[in-house]
Design a protein around this ligand. Sequence first.
Ligand SMILES: *[C@@H]1O[C@H](CO)[C@@H](O)[C@H](O)[C@H]1NC(C)=O
Ligand SMILES: *[C@@H]1O[C@H](CO)[C@@H](O)[C@H](O)[C@H]1NC(C)=O
Length: 293
Amino acid sequence: MAAQRRTVTVITILFGVLLGCLGRSDDDPRLIDLTWTLKIGIPVHPIYPNYTFTIINRGVTGALGVYLESNEIYMSEHTGTHIDAPAHFAQGAWRLDQIPFGHLTGPGVMIDVRDKIGDNPDYPVTPQDLQDWEREYGRIPDGAILMLRTGWGEQFWEEGPAAYLGTDHTRNASLLHSPGLHPAAAQWIVDNRDVKAVGFDTISADPGDSTTYETHLILLPNNVLILENVAHLDEMPPTGSTVYAMPIKIGDGSGAPSRVFAIVDDRTSAGVTTTPNLIFIVTSVIMIILQAL
Ligand SMILES: *[C@@H]1O[C@H](CO)[C@@H](O)[C@H](O)[C@H]1NC(C)=O
Ligand SMILES: *[C@@H]1O[C@H](CO)[C@@H](O)[C@H](O)[C@H]1NC(C)=O
């Protein structure tokens, strides 16, 4: 009788472990890469140099006697998918390597403003647009990383730099056209919400026709980081993810190319949340009942 009970116990434990593993694979976080590949021809802001990539070795080298690939790159810190450190527009504020590590990750919020843009290529996202999102999805969680989806990202590579920058003159900043964040909306964020960073699928946080860069000048001195040229926002859910924006750690940098990604984990608050594994709970209950029999 005791032996039989031990067998039942062993079988239930094995069964429980098996189901627990199955449950875990169902719960695997979904990774979304929000980063563009750095390649020659990548659209850059008119005030920065073009990205260059030079092959140095691609073959057997005399020096090492083995097959070797190595390249050299040249670019501004503000190239491709990148982060703006507060010091970019605010003297004395955090430079890149002074940003606390925890400030580079937070609950992900994706605000789709494509329907608001109409035919204004310099559409400024308003406080009302942010509040409309909150009415549908709830309050922006503390410590959030906000992503604004304007749809411009969909034109990043597909139609060449002119489609993304709004001009063929890739060297004249006053000819840029792309949506951005209205300074009033930047101020609303700073005054009313606890946001770590705001990301854009455009070349700049400010609308293309801005000549004063007010949105930069409101967000950065308040330690709200800016992410520009964020990719694949079409894959990001409005809520329920954690975003990581991990720049190359450039000492004294004003910004840096960053690997930005989201993990879809049903997270909706600043605290660490875990998804209860239902199968594990049910198996545990069954085990306890069988033990008691
Ligand atoms: C920089 O890149 C743009 C777009 O790819 C191109 O039109 C322009 O000629 C390049 N400028 C230089 C100096 O190479
Ligand atoms: C840039 O474009 C503006 C607006 O058309 C023009 O006034 C200005 O002269 C241009 N600057 C250069 C350097 O071409």
